[in-house]
Design a protein around this ligand. Structure first.
Ligand code: M6R
Length: 604
């Protein structure tokens, strides 16, 4: 998804902007650009494809004086990924970068065209810079023109704008799209759409609120709220840990993140387990009082963890639970009753569809909770309560450790609610907590297992598709396996409940159809086994993941014998992640930045 950086100061603006954009690469993009104003002169560069193309174009460009600059990585929404559509967009004497979508751009553009403005791109963003310059002609100051422009925009935006007449000023505005200002002792000012470009450059950061707009100069920081009231920035300390952003010797961030799951799950559990109860200091009684139902809402992988939760909540806590795909929920005029706890799940905390459902739930007066990996993200700031997953920065576009920590939180939450509802005995809760404590060691990647999957992967590079099948919580895990594989290998894969195959999908069974069957020993083993036998009888090529040998399988990936089905869940999770990774590596794909995908989906 698009990324923004901005810089005001005396250092090498070009390098700062480019390295800031590099930190945002993991979000996914298809073009990039920068514009720098120094010594009263603008220089701007754009390139399609990877950042190295922009680096090549700027190699002879030198910035060694005071300057202001803005930069952008674009993930195409309005118009193809071309240089003309890449940001920054230019007016006569101004440049703009923008994340989000300007919903009323078509009408603004029509008026501007009538006024004689020529547009160079197909983007919604370009209207901002022309509208600003139109307003500049009739305003007393550039800031007045900027303020007027912002008031005329509808939609979601994080905007940085620079203009020649105020050569020491960066104008900014934020609405429903993240934007952060960073400062340091050297009187520099940095902007970015997420923390990562600021780590190591800034000591303190201010997270802008929706509706904030204003400007910075070397000596000033002026912020107004959406109601045009001047306000002070609220600076907080920025983490200095950049180590986690490196690959640590792994081939891909995704691989490193698969291996990190043991330590991040240990972090997720830290301080939250006693011998016989779950401690969520983040939750207070008022959140759960009067709640008779839970609704979980999310997208993609986070939706799969939510679906897993729905089995655990009903089984252990005996609380009615439903799960919703956020992009569907937001437009289907759902009935929302106030005895429902509305829970959104998001790695990033910025996914537009999920964020919107949270706003809907709040507007309907529901109590809200977010399970999130990014503190200070939009969802965390909006929800009534938040449980952080503590997975650390996840850079691989294909989510792994975020999923693992979400499921861990949900398992804990099921037990937390079970205690409240007295639906499980203390002994049963204590037993489950013992299992939970085993998860960090269960998810340690075994070298032998990795090597075995690496060898096996060469048999799964062709065929006409994959079925991942499982029952109960292994059904969401099957969905997740299929999503992981298709995201990074570009092979067709579907997840199905095992018992559903005979209702249609089994028609596809033949030796070129690969079935990855999840066969846990401790949950519906015999039932799931029969479903696999049905596929085997139709000559589908079967790969079974189980602790129990299965003679009808063409391939078998053994997991360790565990004492509980949730531990088998985590064992199998590692297998499907590693299998997807190794298939994608063999196919020569860029595992960390798969085609067409973005890390943080901030448009609907
Ligand atoms: O940041 P979120 O958890 O809200 O993101 C939701 C999905 O976009 C995300 O899980 C996506 O499906 C990943 N690429 C999965 O690997």
């Amino acid at each position: 998804m698009c990324g923004i950086v901005g810089y005001l100061g005396n250092k090498n603006a070009k390098e700062i902007l480019l390295s800031g954009l590099k930190e945002l690469e993991y979000r996914g993009y298809d073009s990039s650009g920068i514009a720098v104003l120094q010594n009263g002169k603008f220089d701007s560069f754009k390139a399609i494809g990877k950042l190295v193309n922009l680096e090549e174009k700027t190699k002879d460009f030198v910035t060694d004086n005071f300057s202001i600059g803005i930069g952008h990585t674009r993930w195409a929404t309005h118009g193809k990924p071309t240089e003309l559509n890449a940001h920054p967009h230019i007016g006569d004497e101004s440049y703009v970068v923008h994340n989000g979508i300007i919903e009323n751009y078509a009408e603004l553009k029509q008026e501007l065209i009538t006024d004689g403005v020529t547009f160079l791109s197909q983007t919604d963003t370009e209207v901002i810079v022309h509208q600003f310059e139109k307003n500049l002609n009739i305003s007393d100051s550039a800031f007045e023109a900027f303020k007027k422009t912002i008031s005329e925009l509808k939609g979601a935006y994080a905007i940085l704008l620079v203009t020649k007449s105020t050569g020491e000023t960066i104008f900014f505005a934020k609405n429903a799209s993240p934007m952060i200002l960073g400062i340091n002792d050297e009187n520099e000012k940095y902007f970015a759409s997420s923390d990562t470009p600021l780590i190591g450059q800034c000591s303190d950061v201010n997270y802008f609120e929706d509706g904030d707009y204003g400007y910075v100069t070397p000596t000033e920081l002026v912020i107004f709220t959406k109601d045009d009231v001047k306000k002070e920035a609220i600076f907080t300390k920025l983490s200095t840990n950049k180590l986690s952003a490196q690959k640590d010797g792994f081939r891909f961030f995704m691989e490193k993140e698969i291996y990190e799951q043991s330590s991040v799950i240990a972090d997720t559990l830290l301080g939250r387990l006693s011998d016989d109860e779950i401690l969520f200091n983040e939750l207070d009684d008022s959140l759960l009082n009067g709640i008779n139902e839970i609704k979980l809402c999310a997208c993609g992988t986070s939706y799969h963890s939510a679906l897993t939760a729905s089995y655990l909540f009903e089984r252990y806590a005996k609380i009615k639970t439903s799960t919703e795909v956020a992009s569907e929920f937001r437009y289907r005029q759902p009935i929302m009753s106030k005895d429902t706890l509305f829970v959104v799940i998001s790695q990033s905390g910025e996914t537009a569809d999920t964020l919107e459902t949270l706003k809907m739930a709040k507007a309907a007066g529901l109590k809200t909770l977010v399970i999130c990996n990014v503190d200070n993200s939009s969802m965390v700031r909006l929800a009534d309560a938040c449980i952080l997953t503590r997975a650390g920065v996840e850079k691989g576009v294909a989510s792994t450790k975020a999923f693992a920590t979400q499921v861990t939180i949900f398992w804990m939450m099921a037990l937390y609610l079970a205690k409240r509802n007295t639906s499980l005995s203390s002994q049963e809760i204590a037993k489950q907590i013992k299992f939970l404590r085993e998860v960090p060691s269960i998810v340690k990647v075994d070298d032998e297992m990795h090597e075995r999957i690496k060898r096996l992967s060469k048999r799964y590079l062709h065929g006409h598709g994959f079925f991942f099948i499982g029952r109960d919580v292994f059904y969401p895990l099957a969905l997740e396996g299929a999503l992981k594989l298709k995201e990074i290998s570009y092979l067709h894969a579907e997840g199905y409940p095992s018992g559903e195959m005979k209702h249609g999908p089994i028609a596809l069974a033949d030796p070129e159809l690969f079935t990855i069957a999840l066969l846990p020993q401790h949950l519906l083993y015999e039932k799931a086994k029969s479903n696999v036998e049905e596929l085997s009888a139709r000559d589908s090529t079967i790969c079974v993941i189980s602790s129990q040998e299965f003679d009808k399988a063409d391939d078998f990936i053994p997991i360790n014998e565990c004492t509980d089905y949730m531990l088998e869940f985590f064992e199998m999770m590692i297998v499907i992640q590693v299998l997807s990774l190794e298939i994608a590596v063999r196919l020569g794909n860029d595992v960390d930045m798969p085609r067409n995908l973005a890390k943080s989906v901030t448009v609907e």
